[in-house]
Ligand binder design. Structure first.
Ligand SMILES: Nc1ncnc2c1ncn2[C@@H]1O[C@H](COP(=O)(O)OP(=O)(O)OP(=O)(O)O)[C@@H](O)[C@H]1O
Ligand SMILES: [Mg+2]
Length: 438
């Protein structure tokens, strides 16, 4: 059971390490992507703005000096521009440069320069959900955005109006193109990460294995040592109890009888009152000594447990407790008909004693309810008090030696203890021991 717990914890540890590794990798790739994205954005802005300003300058020049161009000065500017675009390559694989004008509620494209292709896309309605960047440029705005372009492909676009010619200009690149290298890097990092983590996990497992085995075995050794000590204590108590009861008790009784006899013999010859008094006081002394001997031997090893069984022993213990405190007890759910083997009985009895002592010392309870029942082939002992409650931290604290002792005792029978408690509302200790042959 403990070993399984440790194994599970080791898996959790490995999972945590894996998680941390993956999150770190993905986070750094994301940060790199963000940086690349911002760089791309400023490059597009630069391209769009410099082209727009250049075109405006050329247009101003043509308005003054190109009056003899057959299709007019605007056409002169555009033709120079298209000519210029024919002579240089576009940017990136999907980078595109767009020029359009507004005409009859439509966006009419004048130029699309993508890599080395020059072409003219089909006109779009002015309120189309596509081509938002060019729409903005045509409204005289300038900026950048991520949105679907006229082909309905997500792009990062910089838009810019060309005021003199009433044109809009867009420089854009497919988001896919910006992202692709990072997807590739991500996949690669994940692959390498998994390989490294797997190797790390195997090493971790190998290194921690002997450690854990050692801890587990020393824990088992301690446990059996503790168990052995408990057994020895019980055996010793029983031996002392028997010795005290049988030998001391009998010897005292013999003295008592002897004394009675002497008293009878001496009475006629020495009628002194003094003599009688001293006999009486000696006799009283011996009586109380006999009582003490009985009490001591019962405390060491309650005979009642062996003779009348666990249920009666609990009731007897309750009576004893009640004579020392004013606590009210509900004992109606103690089943006195349960027949339990000697060793389990003594375990449960000692657990009960420790529980009662704890209530007496810590709980400040005025009512205690006890249940002892046999259910589903196991014995259940439940002690509920209405005291101040146990702080949660104390339940599992390694410093709670009393509670630890209870758990250790129960472990020998595969038994368990469960403590539930609410501050101010008391504590319930539930103990159960299976009746198998373990
Ligand atoms: N019924 C209870 N009500 C309130 N607090 C309790 C109760 N039982 C135990 N406690 C708290 O839990 C702690 C641990 O109990 P535990 O029996 O392990 O140690 P202890 O009684 O203090 O010392 P000992 O080792 O002598 O038993 C106690 O110190 C007490 O604060
Ligand atoms: Mg205690």
């Amino acid at each position: 059971m403990d070993m399984k717990d440790t194994q599970r914890q080791r898996w959790v540890l490995i999972l945590i390490m894996t998680g941390v590794g993956l999150v770190m990798t993905l986070a750094s790739i994301f940060v790199l992507y963000q940086t690349a994205f911002e760089e791309e954005r400023s490059r597009l802005v630069e391209v769009a703005q410099s082209q727009a300003r250049l075109m405006e300058a050329v247009a101003r020049f043509d308005m003054q000096y190109s009056h003899n161009y057959p299709e007019g000065t605007e056409a002169a500017t555009l033709s120079q521009f298209i000519d210029a675009h024919k002579k240089f390559e576009g940017f990136g694989k999907s980078g595109e440069f767009l020029l359009a004008r507004k005409q009859d509620n439509q966006i009419v494209f004048i130029l699309s320069h993508k890599h080395t292709d020059l072409m003219i896309p089909k006109a779009l309605p002015l309120d189309s959900p596509l081509g938002k960047p060019i729409q903005r440029a045509l409204m005289g705005e300038s900026g950048t955005m991520v949105s679907p372009d006229y082909r309905n492909v997500e792009v990062l676009a910089a838009y810019e109006p060309i005021n003199i010619l009433n044109l809009g200009l867009v420089a854009k690149i497919d988001l896919q193109e910006i992202r692709a290298p990072f997807y590739r890097a991500g996949l690669m990092a994940l692959g390498i990460g998994f390989a490294v983590i797997s190797v790390g996990a195997v090493l971790f497992w190998k290194v921690s294995d002997p450690l854990i085995r050692e801890i587990t075995s020393s824990r088992e050794q301690l446990r059996s040592l503790a168990q052995r000590l408990q057994d020895i204590r019980e055996e010793e108590k029983e031996r002392i109890a028997r010795a005290v009861h049988d030998e001391l008790g009998q010897q005292l009784t013999a003295i008592q009888l002897e004394l009675n006899y002497l008293e009878e013999e001496l009475k006629p010859s020495a009628p002194a009152e003094q003599l009688e008094e001293s006999f009486e006081s000696m006799s009283r002394l011996i009586d109380t000594t006999i009582n003490s001997v009985q009490q001591i031997s019962t405390e060491l090893r309650p005979q009642i447990l062996d003779v009348f069984g666990l249920g009666e022993a609990l009731l007897w213990q309750v009576q004893d407790y009640q004579s020392r405190s004013g606590t009210r007890f509900d004992t109606t759910r103690i089943d006195t008909q349960i027949h339990l083997d000697r060793d389990r009985s003594i375990t449960l009895f000692r657990v009960f004693q420790e529980t009662l002592t704890n209530i007496y010392r810590h709980a400040k309870a005025s009512e205690i309810a006890i249940a002892l029942e046999q259910k589903n082939n196991s014995i259940h002992l439940k002690v509920r008090d209405n005291g101040i409650g146990i702080p949660l931290a104390k339940i599992r604290s390694p410093k709670s030696l009393g509670l630890l002792g209870i758990r250790e005792r129960l472990l020998a029978w595969n038994g368990t203890m469960d403590i539930t408690s609410q501050p101010g509302k008391g504590t319930t200790v539930t103990v159960h021991i299976p009746l198998g042959d373990s």
